[in-house]
Design a protein around this ligand. Structure first.
Ligand code: HEM
Length: 425
């Protein structure tokens, strides 16, 4: 692999050496040396996960891209012998057979094609662009709340509330109910990989609330995304109330922790790469947003929020990277490893905000490519640019080694990000 002239780098060891320990505390802090080892010595590897389930980890860019687009790798857990979409009912009037788990990330064509086309009619890049002033206002309001203190935990005070309020606004959840969402989402993020009880209760509350909201919006439609989802039609077909609820839920679920981590990991990377941060700050001061745009993509490649793409299951025997995968086997594409592959990226372990040849896999690839990418870009760019503009001397208030990372399986992000700065208005 290419040696890196500047930032931290993790060249793969010469000899295979011992298999690195995956899913340990050190691994959660910095998984990249282990991923370099896997890419080099076992690029498609059957691995026992902390849950006890065995899955194939795919770590090279070429294999990852191919696997993400392979129709023989299904998203439907039924192919792994799990019940086809859990049986619980939503209690939503007009429900057909689906429930909240029948969402885009759990289904295959032709159902996926139909639902994705319908939601794409409501969740358009134009709707997102029109939302820009509101994201700016939210960002400023959150910074106002800690700017005078000279210190903050950027996860708790900023990265966490911003996406939840943004998506609530977009969906049409009234302001007075948004703090309930903040609490439920907090429960889901805190206990994502831990005790299930609180999470199940929060999901239940959110489900009940969404069912009722959708019912209300059907009677009294507004200009929001939920009303858009109800209205959306394709060749005379509409979403059922249940499908609209599942869609609202996946938009919340897929668009929440990802964006928290985009802002958290992105700010952390900037604060620990002062030369890059200075370049960005200078270009923003000159009114140039070019570096912000390429830079956000680079932050996604360098340390993106989604470490592993969501589960896929082989519907027939297939070969990935020379390994034979049997029917029913789970396959996990390790986006974080693929995006540091020296076969694809020059100096992959260097953060270069102006990187142009940057077809990273941070938003996935193929038919499940992130539907929320335009919103994530808007939130990420607004958040980072506003932080650097309003708190120009922002700095870490902890040693990087003392920060704790969440050791979930799919997501990668910090638990806290303590910062300090000269108090500002
Ligand atoms: C799918 C990443 C933000 C909604 C995906 C996938 C990735 C991803 C990797 C594909 C997963 C797979 O193939 O297994 C991200 C990142 C984000 C982000 C890194 C933030 C930086 C958002 C936001 C929303 C959203 C803000 C919506 C509000 C979705 C949806 C899907 C998806 C609905 C499923 C699409 C489908 O299956 O057709 N995202 N996402 N995401 N994302 Fe995002």
């Amino acid at each position: 692999p290419a040696a890196c002239p500047a930032g931290p780098h993790h060249p793969a060891p010469e000899a295979p050496g011992p298999v690195p320990e995956l899913f340990s505390w050190e691994f959660a802090t910095d998984p990249y040396p282990a991923y370099a080892w896997l890419r080099e010595h076992a690029p498609v590897r059957r691995t026992r996960l902390p849950s006890g389930v065995e899955a194939w980890l795919v770590t090279r860019y070429g294999d990852a891209k191919q696997a993400l687009a392979d129709p023989r790798l299904s998203k439907n857990p039924a192919h792994h012998g799990q019940p086809a979409h859990a049986k619980s009912k939503t209690g939503i009037p007009g429900e057909r057979s689906a429930n909240l788990m029948t969402h885009l990330l759990n289904i295959d064509p032709p159902d996926h094609t139909r639902l994705r086309r319908l939601v794409s009619k409501a969740f358009t890049p134009r709707r997102v662009a029109e939302f820009a002033p509101r994201v700016q206002e939210l960002t400023d309001r959150l910074i106002d709340q800690f700017a005078e203190k000279g210190q903050a935990d950027l996860i708790h005070d900023f990265a966490f509330p911003l996406p939840i309020y943004a998506i609530c606004d977009l969906l049409g959840v009234p302001r007075e109910d948004q703090d309930d969402f903040r609490d439920w989402a907090g429960m889901m993020i805190r206990h994502g990989g831990g005790p299930r009880g609180g999470v199940a209760r929060s999901v239940k509350k959110m489900r009940g609330y969404l069912a009722e909201l959708i019912h209300r919006k059907r009677l009294e439609p507004g200009d929001d995304l939920i009303s858009g989802l109800i209205r959306a039609s394709d060749h005379g077909e509409h979403l059922t109330e249940n499908e609209a609820a599942a869609m609202a839920f996946i938009l919340l679920f897929a668009g929440f922790e990802t964006t928290v981590n985009l802002i958290g990991n992105g700010t952390y990377a900037l604060l620990t790469h002062p030369d890059q941060r200075e370049r960005l700050q200078d270009s923003l001061r000159d009114g140039d947003t070019g570096l912000l745009e390429t830079g956000l993509e680079e932050l996604l490649r360098f340390d993106g929020p989604v470490e592993l793409a969501t589960w896929r299951y082989a519907t027939e025997p297939l070969t990935v990277g020379g390994e034979d995968i049997a029917t029913g086997d789970p396959v996990l594409v390790v986006l974080a490893a693929a995006d540091r592959d020296p076969e694809r990226f020059r100096y992959p372990d260097t953060l270069d905000l102006s990187r142009r040849d940057n077809q990273h896999l941070g938003y996935g690839h193929g038919i499940h490519y992130c539907l929320g990418a335009p919103l994530a870009r808007l939130e990420g760019q607004t958040a980072l640019a506003t932080l650097l503009r309003r708190l120009p001397d922002l700095r870490l208030a902890a040693e990087p080694g003392d920060l704790r990372w969440r050791g979930g399986l799919i997501m990668r992000g910090l638990r806290t990000l303590p910062v300090e700065f000269a108090p500002a208005q």
